[in-house]
Design a protein around this ligand. Structure first.
Ligand code: IMP
Ligand code: MG
Length: 335
């Protein structure tokens, strides 16, 4: 049976999913036949370091860096104009034309100028102003435009056939994160798509095909949007913004920071069936010498990274009934 591995953000986006996707793809470039972006659209900002150079993608899945055909999946929304621009920029960056590596599912919905216009105030909740809510809104109002009815320069495919008929392995790459999920996020401070495993299944995958589910988190949390996330009275959290360079890759907004919250991380792992957790940016905590997390609504303080890791590993292993491999990463280039 065809195999699907999945990358899911377990917090509020910006967990360094792209770095993990890049690393996993690089190590398994002969194994994966397709990489699929399964939710969202140009609201995403995925920072990648390729051969020492930084590049930020928004809609293009990471597979193209390794010549792996990459699909914008059926549950995504797509801004064709922005995708064309991103394709040109990435082609110039890589020194070759990557257009033929990008496939768009016929069921993906198209973001129109009207959607962007309506979203231009960022809505009450502080959107990225990319027209996401309005494109998904029209989809559910049953008056949206599917890519199949408006084919532009990118190959239109029925990926469900690829998923089941071709002998192939897939890497499904999520955008945003569980805390922004339309159903399980902190509604209404959410995006309009399924950021978790539901987004993979809804794309036409049989659950038995799912292999590794990589859940990505940071050792502290960040959020971009209009709700108050960073406690106002706290004076050390702004240092995470500074040292962690927590500035939105899509909008340039400063990301609000808070400590790692195990009370929300644990259900995110359980619901999404995460098999491998990658906790990024441990170098930032080390540089700041701040080792704190939230558990059972209380802030726990540790002397060093070792103690903090020990507590995280111990708590996750006792609270989660299935086996989860836990990894830590402290550099922006690879896991
Ligand atoms: P929208 O997805 O542009 O409608 O924005 C809805 C909420 O999700 C806002 O709080 C955005 O800042 C946030 N958001 C959307 N995409 C991302 C992302 O890729 N990373 C982090 N936050 C995001
Ligand atoms: Mg991002």
């Amino acid at each position: 049976m065809n195999k699907v591995d999945v990358i899911i953000g377990l917090q509020h986006g910006d967990e360094a999913k792209a770095k993990c996707a890049y690393s996993i793809c690089q190590e398994n470039r002969d194994y994966y036949n397709f990489v699929v972006r399964y939710n969202g659209g140009p609201n995403a900002g995925h920072t990648i370091y390729h051969e020492g150079q930084k590049f930020v993608t928004h809609q293009i899945p990471v597979g193209v860096f390794f010549d792996i055909p990459s699909i914008i999946g059926p549950c995504s929304v797509v801004d064709i104009e922005k995708l064309q621009k991103e394709t040109d920029e990435l082609s110039a960056f890589l020194g070759k034309d990557i257009t033929n590596l990008i496939l768009i599912d016929k069921r993906a919905h198209v973001i129109t100028k009207k959607h962007i216009e309506l979203d231009s105030d960022g809505s009450v909740i502080g959107s990225t102003k990319s027209g996401i809510a309005y494109a998904y809104g029209d989809k559910y109002l049953r008056k949206g435009i599917r890519y199949e009815s408006s084919i532009y320069g990118f190959l239109c495919v029925d990926t469900y056939k690829l998923f089941h008929e071709e002998k192939a392995n897939f890497l499904f790459e999520g955008a945003q994160g569980w805390g922004l999920d339309i159903d399980f996020g902190d509604y209404p401070y959410v995006t309009s798509s399924h950021c978790g495993i539901a987004g993979v299944i809804a794309s036409g995958i049989n659950h038995q095909m799912i292999g590794n589910v990589f859940g990505i988190a940071k050792i502290y949390e960040t959020y971009v949007g209009n709700k108050q996330f960073q406690p106002l009275e706290n004076t050390e959290l702004p240092r995470f913004q500074e040292v962690g360079q927590e500035i939105g890759a899509t909008t340039g907004r400063l990301r609000q920071c808070n400590y790692l919250n195990l009370d929300t991380l644990i259900p995110a792992i359980k619901i999404n069936g995460v098999t491998n957790i990658i906790i990024n940016k441990v170098d930032v905590a080390e540089q700041l010498n701040i080792f704190k997390l939230i558990y059972k609504k209380e802030i726990k303080i540790f002397k060093n990274l070792y103690e903090m890791k020990f507590f995280i590993n111990d708590t996750l292993m006792s609270e989660i009934s299935h086996f989860v491999q836990i990894m830590y990463s402290g550099n922006p280039y690879q896991i």
